[in-house]
Design a protein around this ligand. Structure first.
Ligand SMILES: *[C@@H]1O[C@H](CO)[C@@H](O)[C@H](O)[C@H]1NC(C)=O
Ligand SMILES: *[C@@H]1O[C@H](CO)[C@@H](O)[C@H](O)[C@H]1NC(C)=O
Length: 329
């Protein structure tokens, strides 16, 4: 009875999920997709060439997309694409913290179980927003979606954080699980597989997870927030998203930090950047030894103020030019 399950476990752990990573020399800049507390809509910031810290606020400092669904506010913006870079999805949390009667208690008991989705084939011409339910009836909310494209199965693995109530507690008035990371798969961000737990830690409520591909199949870092210490945890693996992960501690000792956005430097091999939200705005960090953590503060010269939980995408020349032309700073 043991042999088959060991084999199955080994095959599952060996799944190597690749991120879209054309050679670094193909990239000429970065796009930050984000929102602000004052304006909970999608906002784009474009780098000055391959500077990882100097950015211009595109579209004359105005948002590029407004949610027309659910709460009509969107937070925690993530930009996903496939290896061919032929389709783009902007994802966000459906949550308006300025709504009349808003409370975090209600937001985590009867919060939105959907994520806000926009689609594009060219990064500039976007569909209208849609609200796609990803969570089960037992979930209190669906926060901070992120996604990883998998070449082997031609689908996205989509992650978010939630807490769950007992099946019998249909009004979600009782106690819930600790916050944990959930996931589902999709090919089109319209239809999703049934949600499952990805990472639930017995003594730690966690939110805001995203992955960093480390350039070799199966090699990733993942970042998420320990809500107890209000710090960003880093784990690493060589075995793919569902492999064995090693905790390497906190990315930075600075507190509070949340909403990690990690990206590889376009120019310097082995250099990685991490944006961490101090509850007011993003603070930039960098590391030349991501497998050990070791982040230090980056220059904030030219780094925009007021950016909240978002994601950073490397851009080809054609993508960079299309964004600059469609949404001038
Ligand atoms: C934008 O996309 C729509 C279909 O989604 C298409 O009809 C339209 O021509 C596109 N516009 C541009 C400028 O590409
Ligand atoms: C989160 O912080 C608590 C309190 O320090 C600690 O006990 C727990 O191990 C931490 N969890 C992780 C995953 O870092």
């Amino acid at each position: 009875m043991h042999a088959p399950s060991i084999l199955l476990a080994a095959a599952f752990a060996g799944v190597a999920i690749a991120s879209p990573t054309p050679r670094a020399t193909e990239y000429v800049g970065y796009l930050i997709s984000t929102f602000s507390d004052a304006v909970p809509k999608v906002q784009f910031h474009l780098s000055e060439g391959n500077s990882a810290t100097e950015f211009s606020f595109l579209n004359g400092g105005n948002p590029v997309l407004t949610s027309t669904v659910g709460s009509k506010a969107v937070r925690d913006i993530f930009l996903a694409t496939n290896s061919a870079r032929s389709e783009w999805y902007l994802l966000g949390t459906d949550l308006d913290v300025e709504a009349t009667g808003f409370s975090w208690d209600v937001a985590t008991r009867q919060g939105s179980r959907g994520i806000v989705v926009w689609k594009s084939t060219d990064l500039v011409n976007w569909s209208g927003s849609s609200l796609v339910t990803v969570e089960a009836d037992t979930a209190g909310m669906a926060w901070a979606p992120s996604a990883v494209w998998d070449d082997e199965t031609s689908q996205y693995y989509v992650f978010w954080s939630s807490r769950e109530y007992a099946e019998s507690d249909t009004a979600h008035t009782g106690s819930a699980t600790l916050d944990k990371i959930r996931y589902a798969t999709t090919k089109d961000f319209a239809t999703f597989s049934a949600p499952q737990d990805y990472l639930a830690i017995s003594n730690t409520p966690i939110i805001d997870q995203e992955f960093q591909y480390l350039g070799t199949p199966g090699n990733f870092a993942r970042f998420y927030k320990n809500e107890t210490t209000q710090q960003i945890v880093e784990d690493i693996t060589t075995g793919g998203l569902f492999g064995t992960w090693t905790n390497i501690g906190y990315a930075t000792t600075d507190i509070p930090r949340e909403g990690p956005a990690s990206f590889a430097d376009n120019v310097t091999p082995g250099l990685y950047h991490l944006l961490a939200d101090d509850y007011t705005e993003y603070v930039p960090y960098e590391s030349t030894n991501i497998r050990a953590g070791g982040y230090t503060a980056s220059s904030t010269n030219g780094f925009p103020s007021g950016l909240k939980h978002g994601s950073v995408t490397p851009l080809t020349q054609a993508e960079y030019d299309a964004l600059a032309a469609a949404y001038p700073a």
